[in-house]
Each structure stands twice: as structure tokens, then as C-alpha cells.
Design a protein around this ligand. Structure first.
Ligand code: SAM
Length: 307
């Protein structure tokens, strides 16, 4: 039986997913709406909101038959409809409900597999229980803090530390470059770092400065001397700049050999800079993801434990 890898493109970033498929030499066998199917087993892609591994077609004879067959394969199912929307929804309604309540920062991730399915044709389900996310279609929300963070950028770092670096932080030093008005610095301050260096040409909000254990440097990140910070546990960057400039900055800190972990937003102008994105990916053991809270930008990270 043919298995497929299914990629659900992020809304409005279909072009990015298509380019990524092309760069990786993956040929699209079928496509409906923003759902792309490639024959065989392939890795998760940056611009896929969710990746479905080992997807199979499952003929069904009725709505009830569809419900029965999906239930036999697993409990949790996220539906993305590409056709026969009403019929697909009727099947979904009979499947166990999935709570979509917002989660707190660093909440343990759901442990049960989260399936992905669609009604490809009237009597043909396409489905898998092996997906890239524990959340339906990779979508979830946080219980937001509407009081402290001065911008919504903090949600990206919340998502990163919840999904990709959930291990406890016990002391150490964080460096936040491009930190103004202070959302990321605030997140780092709420983690158990002993000290947070915060660097921007613009000032931090006073209420963030007042949290203490923060050393703010009002200067350009590109002129920083890595040695002036000593050992850094987490280098974090949300600077607005060309990806190439960020890459050079990251490389300079890597060469200094003082940084354990990196997490950086790679931001794009009108066009996605594939050349430099691929250069980031060439850094051994590093990864790039498009967080649910990223816009036209991606998150590159390198964890000391993966090196
Ligand atoms: C998207 S904002 C950062 C938001 C921040 N992470 C937060 O959570 O509040 C980007 C920041 O990059 C800063 N930036 C741009 N060029 C910079 C440079 N050369 N050095 C330091 N910061 C820079 C801007 O001043 C701006 O505050």
C-alpha cells in the first residue's frame, strides 16, 4: 500500500511550502486546498503547519463507517477539510471531542497522539495518527498574560520554551538582543536565570527594567563583544534585521565558544530569504521551525544538549 507524507501549508505561506518542497526535491503527488501529498516517508517541513507521516487512504461506505474506522485507529483526530466539508464535519462530530482550552506557559504537552485526517473524496478518508504536533492541526493558544508583557512577541518565546525546550532552567545567564520593549526579557526574567542581559538601541519599558537581575545595554547588537558577557546559557534574538546579519552575529558568538543554546527569530522582508535560511540550517544539529506564533519569520535554534 502506498504511504504518503502530508503537509498542511500555513495559511498564506503556501508559496513558501512549495519552494521548500522544491528545494528538498520532493514531488507533490496530489494537492487539494493547502494540503500537499508526497509519496513515501519524508521529514517535517518548516512551512508545514502540521506534517502527517505515513498517511493512508481509507475507503468508507458511509459516515458511520468513517467514524468507526477512524475510532479504530486512534482517539484524537484533527480535521482539515479539503472537500465534502459538511460530510467531513458530520464524521468529526461523532469522534471524541478534543478540549481546545488555552494552556499555561510551559504546561506539559499532551501525551496522546494527535491524528490528522481529511475527507479526500466523498468515500475516501486520508488519515494518520503520526503527526508532528500534539495539538489538532498544530494549533493551540496560551492563557495570555495581559498585564506584564509590553508586546505580544513574548508568545513566540513562550511557545519555544514550552514545545522545544521544556527542561528546567536552574540559574545561569541569558542574553536577549533586540529586546525592546521587553517581552522576551520579561519571559527570560520569569524563568530561573540568575541574570538577563538585554540589548537594544531603544530603551526597555520601565516596569521590565524594575524586575531586577536585568543588565540593559543600550547599543547595537552587532557591535557586541561576546567576551564581555562571559558564559551564556541562552542567546536569544528577536532583532529586526536581514537574516545574513543575524547569521554573522550568531557565528561570531559561536566562534567565541561561550554560548550553550541559541534561539533566534529569522525575519524576512517581502520575500523569504532562502539562501540564508539554508545557511542557518547548515549549522550542525540546529533546527528551524515556524512557530504557531511566528508570522513571516521562522525560529532557528541550537541546543547544547543536541550538539
Ligand atoms: C520585534 S522587536 C523585539 C521585540 C522584543 N523581543 C519583545 O519581546 O518585546 C525588534 C527589536 O530589534 C531592535 N533592533 C533593531 N536593530 C538593532 C540593533 N542593531 N541592535 C539592537 N537591537 C536592534 C529594534 O530596536 C526592536 O526593538
Amino acid at each position: 500500500m502506498t504511504v504518503y507524507t502530508g503537509y498542511l501549508a500555513i495559511h498564506q505561506f503556501e508559496k513558501e511550502l512549495e519552494r521548500e518542497l522544491e528545494i528538498r526535491g520532493l514531488i507533490v503527488a496530489h494537492k487539494k486546498e493547502r494540503f500537499y501529498l508526497v509519496e513515501g516517508e519524508h521529514p517535517q517541513l518548516i512551512w508545514a503547519q502540521v506534517t502527517g507521516h505515513k498517511m493512508e487512504f481509507l475507503p468508507i461506505s458511509s459516515i458511520n463507517d468513517g467514524v468507526k474506522k477512524l475510532k479504530a485507529l486512534g482517539r484524537n483526530w484533527g480535521l482539515f477539510t479539503v472537500a465534502h466539508h459538511r460530510r467531513a464535519e458530520l464524521i468529526q462530530l461523532e469522534l471524541p471531542k478534543i478540549k481546545k482550552t488555552p494552556i499555561p506557559f510551559r504546561h506539559p504537552l499532551p501525551t496522546l497522539p494527535m491524528g490528522l485526517w481529511t475527507l479526500w473524496e466523498k468515500d475516501l478518508i486520508l488519515c494518520t495518527q503520526k503527526t508532528s504536533s500534539p495539538f489538532p492541526l498544530g494549533e493551540f493558544d496560551f492563557e495570555e498574560d495581559k498585564v506584564m508583557p509590553p508586546s505580544r512577541a513574548y508568545l513566540k518565546l513562550w511557545e519555544f520554551f514550552t514545545l522545544y525546550a521544556p527542561e528546567a532552567i536552574q540559574g545561569g545567564v541569558a542574553l536577549d538582543v533586540g529586546s525592546c520593549p521587553g517581552g522576551w526579557t520579561w519571559v527570560l526574567r520569569t524563568l530561573e536565570f540568575d541574570k538577563v542581559y538585554s540589548v537594544d538601541k531603544a530603551p526597555l519599558e520601565k516596569r521590565i527594567m524594575d524586575l531586577g537581575k536585568i543588565e540593559f545595554r543600550k547599543e547595537s547588537a552587532f557591535g557586541l563583544d561576546p567576551k564581555s558577557f562571559g558564559e551564556i546559557d541562552w542567546f536569544c534574538s528577536d532583532i529586526i534585521c536581514y537574516p545574513e546579519r543575524l547569521l554573522n552575529l550568531v557565528k561570531r558568538f559561536m566562534e567565541a565558544g561561550t554560548v550553550k543554546n541559541f534561539v533566534c527569530t529569522i525575519k524576512y522582508q517581502s520575500e523569504t530569504d532562502w539562501e540564508n535560511t539554508m545557511k542557518f540550517l547548515e549549522i550542525p544539529n540546529s533546527k528551524i521551525v515556524h512557530l504557531h506564533h511566528n508570522k513571516h519569520e521562522v525560529t532557528w535554534f541550537l541546543k547544547g544538549s543536541d550538539r
